[in-house]
Structure formats: C-alpha cells, structure tokens
Ligand binder design. Structure first.
Ligand code: NAP
Length: 312
C-alpha cells in the first residue's frame, strides 16, 4: 500500500528530534511538506510559511502533524479540519479544556480523524505496570518528575507565558502515565504552584491527589524544572499486596521488587506513528483529555507561591 503523505507543522525541537526522523524511517508515512515560520525544511520537501499556503498548494496531502506550542493549536487544528485534513496533535493538546472539547466535537462534526498523542504512554513498561495495579491495587503512589528546563526547552520563552504550562509541560507526561495505570478515577485534592517572580508559569509543583478508592491510597507528585544534575522521571508504587513497583526513565523501565522486568529503549514516537496508521485504517479518532483535565485542576486548585526569578 502507498505510504500516507504527511506534513509537519512547526519545525522546532520535537519535530526535529522525533517526528521528522521517525517519519523518514516509517513504513506507513512519507514526509510531503514542512510548515515553518522560520522557513525550516527537511529532506528537500516543499516548505511553506503558513498552513494555509500548504493546504492551497498541496491539496493531496491529507495528514498534518501539529508540533507547535499548545497556545496556537486550537486555531490551527480547526483550520486543518476546515481544510479537510486528519490531524496528529503533540501534547499537551490545547491550553484549555474548553478548546480541547471543541476540537473533539468539531472533528466529529466535520468527519476529521484526530489523534491526541501522549508519548509517555507508548512504553511496554507502562502497560505492564497498569496490569499489575489492576490486579493488586494501589496502597501508595509517588510521582517525581525533575528535569532541566534549560536542557529540554532551551530559550523557549513560550513555556513561561500564560498557557505555556511551565513545569506542568513535562509534568503532564507523568499525568498521562498516572491516568493510564490507575485502576480507578483520580482527582486533585490540593497543589502548590511555585512561580518565578519574573514569569507566569510554575517552575516547581507539589500535588496531593484523592481517588474513588475507599481505602484512601496516598497519591502525591512533585515536578521540578531546575534539576541540572540528577534528572528523574519516576513513578513509585506500593500495591495493596505489598509489591513495590518503580516506573523509571519516563516510563521506559519497570522494576518490580527491585528487579528490572521491562527495559525497552524508548521508541515512543515510532509507536505513535504505528498507532496513527492503525487509526487511519479504521477511520477512528483517539482524543483522551484525561491528563489535560487533571492538570487543569492543578491550576484551578493550586495555591500560588512566588519564588526567585528565572533567567536562561
Ligand atoms: P519549540 O522548539 O519551541 O518548537 C515549536 C515550533 O513551533 C517552533 O520552533 C516554531 O517552528 C513553531 N511555532 C512557534 N510558535 C508558533 C506560532 N505562534 N505559530 C506557528 N508556529 C509556531 O517547542 P518544542 O519543544 O518542539 O515543543 C512543541 C510541542 O511539543 C509542545 O507542545 C511540547 O510540549 C511538545 N513536546 C516537546 C518535547 C521536547 O522535548 N521539547 C517533547 C515532547 C513533546 P517554526 O519556526 O518552524 O515555525
């Protein structure tokens, strides 16, 4: 079967690190064009300054991957739907839940296929952990997501603007795993958002969750964006049967009672494009807003503290 022609919109870090190289080697997709305000391209394909120029010049390109920051995504996805395209959306999907829900209903109305990616879920270790928790329940769970903003978002000032999420940008990856592996619904009970005096979004966040479980498991998270030496992306769980699980390295490694049971090299984006090919075959959208809703509640309920200014 012929490969699907796809255009990538927003040729920034994640497009260059993952989308473009993964499409290059994909058996299902072929890069047809790039849309870049800076005129960046890849592999000699046509480059357009705006999506509208792409849609006009290459109407046969049916698919787009939206790799822009989230604050422009709602308008851009609507524009793509109006142009008759199917859309893969980077995380986090939009800046508000209302925008996300609008995309879901607008996509349905217009017959567009939309695929909200949560890249951290695409790991065998996450599925293995989910199955253990389904069987054994959760007594206690702790999320620690500590990384360097300077390393992962170098000079990206949008992360500090309203709607840029701050440390909740990587933190939503933890939320995407958490909501995938928990055997019952979880809610935010309280949170603290620490915001640099010269910025608009948090650099450090603590969260206490509650759940529908009668035994009241202790569920907590800490996100920090100034970790320069000991980055960790870990979810540690003690099950109700006493088993100790540790999802490490962003969900790529699972340790059970200290023994590594799953340790796959991260191929999240390969798995995302495989999933997109399957959804296209079935003509089925996949739009899970659960991690976004939970993160929205952190901003709803979070107490705000001002901390020292942040400079790159
Ligand atoms: P980035 O390096 O800033 O890239 C985003 C790109 O989008 C920009 O380079 C720019 O590309 C385009 N863009 C920016 N503002 C725009 C606007 N107002 N209108 C149209 N295009 C605009 O950011 P990123 O790190 O790649 O992150 C993009 C998304 O991927 C975010 O939602 C992020 O959460 C997600 N993500 C990032 C990582 C990571 O490691 N950084 C990992 C996973 C997911 P052009 O100059 O080509 O137009």
């Amino acid at each position: 079967m012929a490969k699907h022609k796809i255009a990538v919109i927003g040729i920034g870090k994640i497009a260059q690190d993952q989308h473009l190289p993964v499409i290059d080697k994909s058996p299902d997709f072929e890069l047809a064009a790039c849309v870049s305000t800076r005129g960046l391209g890849h592999g000699g394909v046509p480059v357009f300054k705006t999506p509208a120029e792409l849609y006009k010049a290459m109407p046969d390109v049916q698919l787009v991957a939206m790799c822009t920051p989230p604050n422009v995504r709602h308008a851009m996805v609507r524009e793509a739907i109006d142009a008759g395209k199917d859309v893969l959306l980077e995380k986090p999907p939009t800046t508000t839940i209302t925008e996300f829900e609008d995309l879901v209903s607008y996509g349905e109305k217009k017959g567009a296929l939309l695929f909200q990616t949560w890249h951290s879920r695409y790991n065998a270790a996450v599925e293995a952990a989910r199955l253990i928790l389904k069987d054994e329940g959760v007594a206690e769970l702790r999320i620690d997501w500590r990384e360097s903003v300077r390393k992962w978002h170098p000079n990206q000032d949008w992360v500090w603007e309203p709607g840029g999420y701050g440390v909740c940008d990587p933190g939503i990856n933890a939320m995407s795993i958490f909501t995938e592996i928990m055997p019952y619904p979880v809610f935010v009970e309280k949170a603290v958002l620490r915001v640099p005096a010269n910025r608009q979004t948090p650099v450090d966040v603590d969260i206490v969750f509650k759940s529908t479980a009668k035994h009241k498991p202790r569920l907590t998270a800490g996100f920090n964006w100034l970790e320069e030496t000991g980055e960790i992306w870990t979810i540690a769980v003690e099950t109700r049967k006493g088993t100790k699980l540790k999802l490490e390295k962003g969900g790529t490694v699972l340790k059970v009672d200290g023994q590594t049971t799953v340790a796959n090299p991260s191929e999240e984006y390969e798995a995302i494009y495989e999933r997109f090919a399957k959804l296209l075959k079935k003509r089925k959208s996949e739009m899970d807003g659960t991690p976004l809703r939970l993160m929205g509640d952190v901003f709803f309920l979070g107490a705000r503290e001002t901390v020292e200014p942040f400079t790159w």
